[in-house]
Each structure stands twice: as structure tokens, then as C-alpha cells.
Design a protein around this ligand. Structure first.
Ligand SMILES: C[S@@+](CC[C@H](N)C(=O)[O-])C[C@H]1O[C@@H](n2cnc3c(N)ncnc32)[C@H](O)[C@@H]1O
Length: 263
């Protein structure tokens, strides 16, 4: 991806067009209202989750509900000694990545954290994304450089054992050194992006591993990539609904069958 041009008109058009598009879905509107209330609570609550959430909330697009699920996921894989690293595909400004690293720190656990991203913003969606006309407005969005994310993690004291891999997932994942995965967080928005993550990483997820899909309910291409992959593999997991968008499942056996993540 080359230099991005900031077009002020496009910056304004994107949120407006997307808001109008999303308002057509009452379930999303209801979810946003509920999340607004729970986010207010997390701004003041003394709970362990809320304290960690407050450290990253300015750097993440993930809802507090999805971060709460990641919190459960990291604790689950550590406490149950699920083998492998933590992998995030799509880290943008590093909020959810920092959140996972802080959760590891709380648990005094040492796992490698892999962060895959273009670090130049979202690639263009394709015609395989059913909501292409809205999705394409995000091309180049969510951009943050490796240095910005590194600085953020360093400021929080969680920069050890983190591997940054720049480039399109389609090119970086087949060449990656990741061997085994305990927790896989897929947050790449588009059909081709999510498809590449599943095709290259699903088989590396250890039995019992936690798989979190950030965009299943929000971007239609992301959902399509997941549904097609599961169908092709003959896997029928229960996708636990985290919020309007997020889903979680656990890979329970070598053959890939899976069940509901524990609470
Ligand atoms: C919604 S943002 C991730 C949000 C982040 N997890 C957070 O906490 O805010 C999606 C990210 O996925 C990255 N991405 C999407 N498709 C990609 C692809 N095919 N290859 C590399 N990065 C990709 C984008 O660059 C962007 O940073």
C-alpha cells in the first residue's frame, strides 16, 4: 500500500453513510445502547477487567463486551494450560493486543503474542464483501504504524515477547513462524482477510484453543468467510454470541469439533 491521501470530504462521508446504513438494523442500535451503558460502568468500576479496559479503551475499536470475551479467553488458555501463543490478526492501534498482553501480565503468564497487520490501514474490500459499498469507504482506515503500536505497548510495560509481522495476511501468514496457537483473535473485517486467517491459522490452533471472531455480526464478508470455512471443513461449532458483532468458539479436539467456551 502506498502513501494514503487524507481527503476531508471522504472522512466526513464515511461515518455519515455508515451511520445511515447501520441505523436500518434495530438489533445493532439496541446493542449500541446497551454497550453505551456498560461502557459507562467500565469507566468507573473497580473490577480487574474494568481497570485493564480503561488502559486501552482509547486505542481500540473493540467493544468492552468483546474485550471481556478476550479476557475470559486469555484466562481460560492460561489456567487450562492450552498450548501455544496468542495471535491477533488485525491490531490497528494496538488496543486489543495491549489488552491481551496486560491480561497475561495480571496472570503472571508468559506467552508470545503475535500481531499481524498491514500497519498501513485496511486494504480494500472486494466484491466478495456483500456490503462492499460501505466497506470500501474504510479503505486505508484504522492505520497505525508498528512504531506507534510498539510505543503504546512499551508505555504500558507489556512490550516483551511481542512479534510484529507487517504485510497483507494473504502474504504474511503462509510464511509466518507461528507454530501453535492457544488463542486466535481474528479482527480483519473483510472476506479475503478473514478467509486467509482461517485457512492459514485454524489448523495451528491447539485442541482447546480459543477462537474469537470480531466482525462476524458486523461485516457481512467476515461472516461469509467464517460460514464458508466451517462448512467446507464440516465443522459445526456453537458460535457464542458476545455482542452484536463478536463470536467465540473453542476447538476441542484434534479433528476440529468444538463447543461452547466456558464462562
Ligand atoms: C478493525 S481494525 C482492528 C482493531 C483492533 N483489534 C483494535 O483493538 O482496535 C482491522 C485491522 O485489520 C487490518 N487488516 C485487515 N485486513 C488485513 C489484511 N488482509 N492484511 C493485513 N492486515 C489487515 C487493518 O490494517 C486494521 O488495522
Amino acid at each position: 500500500m502506498g502513501e494514503r491521501e487524507i481527503n476531508p470530504q471522504a472522512l466526513f462521508r464515511r461515518p455519515l453513510r455508515e451511520i445511515l446504513y447501520r441505523l436500518r438494523d434495530p438489533a445493532l442500535v439496541a446493542d449500541v445502547l446497551v454497550r453505551g451503558c456498560t461502557t459507562l460502568w467500565d469507566r468507573v468500576s473497580p473490577s480487574e477487567f474494568s481497570r485493564t479496559y480503561r488502559q486501552v479503551m482509547g486505542h481500540t475499536m473493540c467493544s468492552n463486551a468483546r474485550l471481556r470475551a478476550l479476557h475470559r479467553g486469555v484466562r481460560y488458555v492460561v489456567q487450562n494450560e492450552i498450548r501455544g501463543d496468542l495471535v491477533e490478526c488485525g491490531c490497528a492501534r494496538g488496543g486489543s493486543a495491549a489488552f491481551m498482553a496486560l491480561t497475561l501480565k495480571e496472570l503472571r503468564a508468559h506467552r508470545r503474542l503475535w500481531l499481524f497487520d498491514t500497519f498501513e490501514g485496511l486494504p480494500a474490500p472486494t466484491q466478495d464483501d456483500p456490503d462492499y459499498n460501505i466497506a470500501k469507504l474504510w479503505t486505508g482506515g484504522c492505520a497505525a504504524s508498528v512504531e506507534e503500536v510498539q510505543d503504546f505497548l512499551t508505555g504500558l510495560g507489556v512490550n516483551n515477547n511481542v512479534e510484529f509481522v507487517s504485510g497483507l495476511f494473504q502474504q504474511s501468514l503462509p510464511r509466518s513462524q507461528v507454530a501453535e496457537i492457544a488463542l486466535l483473535h481474528i479482527d480483519g473485517d473483510w472476506y479475503e482477510s478473514v478467509k486467509a486467517c482461517l485457512e492459514h491459522l485454524y489448523d495451528k490452533v491447539a485442541p482447546g484453543g480459543w477462537i474469537q471472531l470480531d466482525d462476524y455480526g458486523y461485516w457481512k464478508g467476515a461472516r461469509r468467510a467464517v460460514d464458508e470455512f466451517l462448512l467446507k471443513r464440516g465443522i459445526r461449532p456453537h458460535l457464542e454470541k458476545v455482542d452484536y458483532s463478536g463470536r467465540v468458539f473453542r476447538k476441542t479436539t484434534e479433528s476440529g469439533t468444538s463447543d461452547t467456551p466456558p464462562q
